[in-house]
Ligand binder design. Structure first.
Ligand code: F6R
Length: 610
């Protein structure tokens, strides 16, 4: 989703803005632009398409553009198609502004601004915000007051970076429900949507809170609350280094990140085992508190929600506590039934997903206890939840989530073991053994799965021309199928669906015709024979079947066109190596089809609008 960068300092801001925008590319965008102070005014360069189009325009129109202060933006279209005109920055002779989020009352505001004499060239809600600030600036002559008065009228979500012509060298910034950090370095200061955009220069930053207004100068950052009182901010240090946000010799971020899974599992799990037993490191979430929950709700979007499905299976099987899993965008509008006996687990890689954040806030309002599982430190979800368990996967840059999913499910296993122990559903010995599997065998199995890379590419090559592809499974294999299908379709654009194998006869089997590929995930021992029956049914209707199973699966080779053996782990842990393999198959399919693996069309990494 939209990305914001800004710099003021001793260096030319233009290359820094371009680099920052490139580092934000992964969030997804369809146009880009920059605004910098120059020649006593503000110069704006923006273009539809790739950031390189902005670079070319700068070269051809300005020869060499030099400025010590500027802002930049990658736009993911919401209001108005991707175009030069709709790209940010927007504004007037007085100011230029970049925006991430959605102004919900833009129609009403536009009407008022037209009455005040403004005209509009773009279809964006952002231009309206810029002109509202302009109106208030003209009447007050004070940037702070202009922003403050405008915030009182703006409804929706926003992170804003603003340059006022009369205040060269200063960037004004504010946010509500969209992420924005202020990063500091010896050579100047930055605003950015997230840390990877500035990691090349600094890992020190302030987190802007809702409604705070920051004034960023080359050697000073001042943050005010809405009453114009200075706020003392805590300087945070990101423990990510620049290598983590670069490809490091791999062709794509996605394959790099899949390869990081074994290490990410160890990094996430090892610190949470003490004397062989699970230790969440959350003093506020005592064993008594954990025992008090009658129900568990897991709420998330996309891949994170699929990690929640694995979590549900693990918690229900190990701890015997009933678990609901909801898509955040559904949950927030369904008038959910929650009270103090409910634990709501919120899963999010970015910690900024708009629907997931709204679901968290709603759950708190309704009196439930909220536990977030988040990858990005200091993100909104991490800060607002009652407790937060971080997944320490490092930055995930590819739009398609891979290593974040793997560590999310590992944290869910850890939690399931902890809940089971607290509720006397397993013994300490069982818990120790399960944690040993998680810490030692799981990374090894993921490592072995990575060695199947060539075999995965062969399967991808064989089925890459498919029009439709189905994934089927039962039990935890159905949870895996849902994620495998999402991974394949989002980056290869092959239409794919996942079905509970027992459901095929209730409709879907009519879609199976001669040659339709079906990937059957068969790692559940207790359900294996049932799966074979379902596989035979699709085979009888012409399907080409790939079975993904454990070594020694009886009869697999007789019924399938291809059999793919995944490294073995005890029962509920099989999703770890199985998903690594299925991620590799999705990856190679995308590469073989010539798709933009890391930045699939229409998608954004951090979905900060609902
Ligand atoms: C798909 C993918 C998305 C995200 C979803 C939630 O590969 O990455 O489905 O899982 O947008 O994002 P987070 O986890 O940041 O809340």
């Amino acid at each position: 989703m939209c990305g914001i960068i800004g710099y003021t300092g001793n260096d030319n801001s233009v290359p820094k803005l371009i680099e920052g925008l490139k580092a934000l590319e992964y969030r997804g965008y369809d146009s880009a632009g920059v605004a910098v102070f120059s020649d006593g005014g503000i110069t704006v360069v923006k273009a539809k398409g790739r950031i390189s189009n902005v670079e070319s325009k700068i070269k051809s129109e300005y020869d060499s553009l030099f400025s010590l202060c500027g802002i930049g933006h990658t736009r993911w279209a919401t209001h108005g198609e991707p175009s030069d005109i709709n790209s940010h920055p927007h504004g007037t002779q007085n100011l230029r502004l970049v925006h991430n989020g959605i102004i919900e009352n833009y129609i009403q505001l536009k009407k008022e601004l037209i009455e005040a004499g403004y005209t509009f060239e773009s279809e964006t809600d952002t231009e309206i915000a810029s002109k509202l600030i302009d109106l208030n600036y003209i009447s007050t002559g004070d940037p702070f007051l202009a922003i403050k008065l405008s915030l009182e009228k703006l409804q929706g979500s926003y992170a804003l970076g603003i340059l006022f012509k009369d205040f060269p060298g200063k960037i004004f910034a504010t946010r509500k429900d969209s992420p924005l950090i202020v990063a500091v370095s010896e050579n100047g200061n930055y605003i950015a949507s997230d840390i990877p955009a500035v990691l090349k220069y600094t890992n020190k930053y302030y987190q802007l809170e809702q409604g705070e207004i920051a004034v960023i100068e080359k050697d000073k950052v001042t943050v005010y609350d809405i009453g114009h009182n200075i706020v003392e901010k805590k300087l945070l240090v990101a423990d990510w280094d620049i290598d983590a946000a670069e490809k490091g010799g791999y062709d794509h971020f996605m394959i790099k990140e899949i390869n990081e899974e074994p290490a990410a599992i160890v990094k996430t799990i090892r610190p949470r085992i003490e004397n062989g037993l699970p230790c969440l490191g959350l003093p506020e979430l005592s064993d008594d508190k954990l025992r008090s929950f009658k129900r568990i709700n897991i709420v998330a979007c996309g891949t994170a929600m699929h990690a929640g499905l694995i979590g549900r299976t693990a918690i229900e099987r190990l701890a015997r506590i009933p678990v609901n899993v909801d898509i955040a965008s559904e949950f927030r509008y369904k008038n959910p039934i929650l009270d103090k006996d409910d634990l709501v687990i919120i899963i999010s890689q970015s910690g900024e997903t708009a629907d997931t954040l709204a679901a968290l806030r709603l759950s708190k309002e309704l009196g439930a206890y909220t536990l977030a599982i988040v990858n990005v430190a200091g993100s909104s979800i991490a800060r607002e939840a009652d407790s937060t368990l971080y997944t320490w996967a490092g930055p995930e840059i590819a739009v398609a989530s891979t290593k974040a999913y793997t560590v999310q499910i590992c944290v869910m296993y850890l939690l399931a073991i902890k809940l089971a122990l607290c509720n006397n559903k397993i013994t300490e010995e069982n818990a120790k053994e399960s944690l040993r599997v998680l810490l030692e065998q799981a990374p090894e199995a993921a490592e072995m799965a990575l060695k199947l890379n060539d075999e995965c590419r062969r399967i991808s090559d064989k089925y890459k021309s498919a029009h439709d592809l189905f994934f089927i499974g039962r039990g935890i294999d159905y949870d895996i199928a849902l994620e495998a299908s999402l991974k394949l379709k989002e980056i290869s654009y092959i239409h794919s669906e996942a079905y509970a194998a027992g459901e095929l006869k209730h409709g879907t089997i009519s879609l199976i015709t001669d040659g339709t590929p079906v990937i059957a995930i068969c790692t559940e021992d207790a359900l294996y024979d049932k799966m074979i029956s379902n596989i035979k049914e699709v085979k009888a209707r012409g399907a080409k079947v790939v079975i993904i199973c454990k070594k020694g699966a009886v009869g697999a080779e007789e019924v399938a066109d291809d059999v793919f053996y995944v490294p073995e782990l005890p029962g509920i842990y099989m999703p770890i190596p199985t998903m690594t393999v299925l991620q590799l198959i999705a990856y190679h399919t995308s590469v073989l089809l010539g798709c933009d693996v890391d930045k699939p069309r229409n998608l954004a990494k951090s979905v900060t609008v609902e």
